[in-house]
Design a binder for this molecule. Structure first.
Ligand code: EPZ
Length: 461
């Protein structure tokens, strides 16, 4: 860990990388009723950048990642890499240089303290087993949106020949004979488990066949990163991925794909507030399903060279039926912000959440604001379903339009939190929001962007 001192404070590399990640005050007072208008710039995807940073551990030379968002999840991964001896520096804003020359063991307690509630430690397993022959995972636990088990991950690692030991501290994984290729079929196309297999199979001896894989754009971008490093990965049409193990991987230079979750969030904010937002950096290909639903609801959009303009064209919004699903379906992370706009649509909308078992908790606050939302904990049978019904699914029935009035809210999780802020911006009156730092996990320079869009708010400690 290289040391330097700026302004008297001893800053190591990780500190300097973290410095631009602005600390978001924990409370916000929003005076609603004003349409959001203007431009926001969306940078690299949280759900790719953090994984590409972990992939750098697999290389024997430094990697350069561009368009890295300044969000606290990047900070968590930076600190974890630092704890494992990876030198992470930032020569300029949005650029990270990751040098894995001196990878070393870290302590359980250290990783536990650094990881906090992040789920990222599970993805360090493959690279650490290759580099150190051991990986330690603190008890990850779930979060508000579901139990979030890691059984698919552990089953995959066992298939590669790893030994998994559970202890009170967490999980210790070793690979006494190294990792070898495996045939793995995922019970569900899990993003995380697919990334686990990709990060573990590239340096394993032999070929791995992964069936029922996730094919999200973030997965494809991670495959692009690994191929730049020297990996051989073939994606078959039928969610089957073949990975031919190689002897070594070198550092990559890569620009992270844009954050389509952030782009979809601002698009829904434009609709719910009756506004007009140009989302610079957004691309159509990765948002096709979202754009279809946006148009069905009555939102307008215009795809341009360097982004997409989203606006409320005036007139009533239309109720819709939405089913969340794995890619290329409607993403589960898009439903919370969109539901705020659906509270203003004429008629009965139904949102079937099929990916997580508990992702409608955020609607409690919307109901308090006057929204008419009924959550069906066991989901709703519906003839016009496209996505196969899952045991864990739930459904929300949203009847509109109902005017929203201000209230006090505690931010529950990242996407639920963004929906609360949109609702406060769309509501009449003054709302008080706390636990705001959660937003910083996935929305870069959040308050600055709101100010640029003309929102009327105050930040408080
Ligand atoms: C990734 O989570 C994203 N997070 C999530 O975004 C996103 O909602 C999710 O993929 C689906 O697209 C990151 O990339 C950091 P999964 P992940 O494994 O990988 C079950 C956001 O707001 N499952 O595809 O954890 C699981 O419980 C976040 O940016 C098992 O049962 O999601 C869930 O029901 C939220 N066992 C389903 O699969 C396992 O071992 C999908 O999970 C793994 C998953």
């Amino acid at each position: 860990m290289a040391e330097s001192s700026v302004a008297g404070a001893h800053l190591d590399d990780a500190d300097r990388v973290m410095q631009p990640i602005t600390r978001l005050q924990d409370r916000m007072v929003i005076r609603g009723g004003k349409p959001l208008r203007g431009r926001v710039d969306v940078r690299g995807a949280k759900n790719l950048a953090t994984k590409a940073m972990v992939a750098a551990l697999l290389a024997d030379t430094p990697s350069v990642l561009r368009d890295v968002p300044q969000i606290s999840d990047v900070g968590v991964v930076t600190r974890m890499l630092d704890a494992y001896g990876v030198a992470v520096t930032s020569p300029e804003e949005g650029v990270l240089v990751l040098d894995p020359a001196n990878v070393e063991r870290a302590h359980f307690a250290q990783i536990d303290a650094l990881a906090g509630s992040s789920r990222i430690p599970i993805l360090f397993c493959g690279p650490l087993l290759h580099r150190l022959g051991e990986a330690l995972i603190p008890d990850l636990g779930g979060c508000r949106i579901g139990d979030r088990p890691i059984d698919f991950h552990l089953d995959a690692l066992r298939a590669f020949g790893a030994v998994v030991d559970k202890s009170y501290e967490g999980i210790r994984i070793t690979a006494p004979d190294g990792l070898h290729g495996a045939n793995i079929e995922l019970p569900y196309p899990s993003v995380g488990a697919t990334e686990q297999v990709l990060l573990s199979a590239t340096l394993a001896s032999g070929v791995t066949e992964l069936k029922n894989a996730a094919i999200e754009p973030e997965i494809m971008d991670l495959i692009a990163v690994l191929q730049k490093m020297g990996a051989i990965i073939t994606v078959e049409p039928s969610r089957t991925i073949f990975i031919e193990g190689v002897d070594h991987l070198s550092g990559y230079t890569h620009r992270a794909m844009f954050d389509r979750n952030e782009a979809a969030s601002w698009a829904s904010a434009a609709l719910a507030t009756g506004g007009d937002i140009f989302v610079a950096g957004a691309k159509q290909q990765e948002l096709l399903t979202f754009l279809n639903v946006y148009r069905k609801v009555g939102g307008a959009f215009d795809v341009q060279e360097d982004g997409i303009r989203f606006w409320h064209p005036g007139g009533p919004l239309r109720a819709v039926q939405v089913e969340t699903d794995v890619h290329p379906g409607f993403m589960t992370d898009w439903q919370q912000p969109l539901i705020v706009a659906l509270t203003q649509a004429e008629g009965v909308s139904i949102v079937h959440e099929t990916v997580y078992e508990n992702r409608f908790g955020f609607t409690d606050a919307l109901i308090e604001m006057g929204a008419n939302i009924v959550v069906h904990k066991d989901g709703i049978e519906s003839v016009t379903r496209r996505v196969p019904r899952r045991k864990l699914e739930q459904a929300a029935v949203v009847t509109g339009p109902t005017p929203l009035h201000a209230t006090d809210m505690v931010i529950p999780d990242l996407r639920g939190g963004f929906s609360h802020i949109i609702a406060a911006l769309a509501a009449e009156g003054e709302s008080r929001l706390s636990n705001l730092s959660l937003i910083n996990r996935g929305y870069e320079h959040f308050a600055d962007k709101l100010a640029d869009l003309g929102a009327d708010f105050t930040l408080e400690d």
